[in-house]
Design a protein around this ligand. Structure first.
Ligand code: MD3
Ligand code: FE
Length: 204
């Protein structure tokens, strides 16, 4: 049996066309003029190599006070930009047709950025899936299991890939070992953008 059948993990390679990737990238880059990517710090005080911003009602935030979702950008104090319509539609199709996402975390990876193995558990109701969209350079992604020491599998996430983390896979450890610089021409200057749609607040 495949990983997807057993765990609720679904990888949809090339789910977004080249034209859809370009349109989404253009919208993301336009909105990040108002909500710039920032290197947040871990609660321990180390700057993250991945630069982040958010769209939607709530944005993921990390600082000395801890990890949480906030209604405003940490540097500008302004509300986050609205979520792109194509992402809301993808969520309704693949994740949950009833309850919309309220947070979209946007990660930017340059050639040196990585994300250590972690679980996503800052959301109020962990029964909602997470939906990921990759743009630009290919990532070497690592997916483990519910316990930190579980065996991991490596896979590539390439531009236009969509990944659904539902069911048991929602609590799997995961990370990005590195990106492959020069593997895509989509983003001017290179790099990778990953967008994750989430339900951060309770649904009722
Ligand atoms: C597996 N982002 O933002 S996306 C994150 O490529 C994050 O930027 C990575 O991990 C990135 O938290 C991975 C794919 C992904 C997202 C959430 C998951 C995989 C996941 C949640 C549970 C299990
Ligand atoms: Fe994550």
């Amino acid at each position: 049996m495949s990983l997807s059948t057993t765990s609720g993990f679904r990888l949809l390679p090339g789910r977004l066309s080249r034209e859809q990737q370009q349109a989404l990238l253009d919208e993301v880059l336009a909105k990040t003029k108002d909500a710039p990517f920032v290197h947040q710090t871990t609660p321990g005080g180390k700057p993250m190599s991945v630069a982040m911003t958010s769209f939607g009602d709530l944005g993921w935030t990390s600082d000395a006070k801890g990890y949480r979702y906030e209604p405003a950008h940490p540097a500008t104090g302004r509300a986050w930009p609205a979520m792109p319509a194509i992402l809301i539609e993808l969520w309704a199709e693949l994740a949950d047709p009833e309850v919309p996402p309220d947070a979209c975390l946007i990660n930017f990876y340059n050639a040196d950025a990585k994300m250590g193995l972690h679980q996503d558990k800052d959301e109020a109701d962990l029964r909602f899936p997470v939906l990921s969209v990759s743009l630009g350079d290919t990532a070497l992604f690592r997916l483990g299991g519910p316990r930190r020491g579980d065996p991991t599998a490596s896979m590539k996430l390439t531009s236009g890939d969509v990944c659904l983390l539902a069911g048991a896979s929602r609590m799997f450890h995961h990370g990005v070992d590195r990106i492959l610089p020069g593997s895509s021409q989509l983003i001017p200057g290179g790099g990778r953008i990953n967008l994750t749609l989430r339900r951060a607040a309770p649904s009722s």
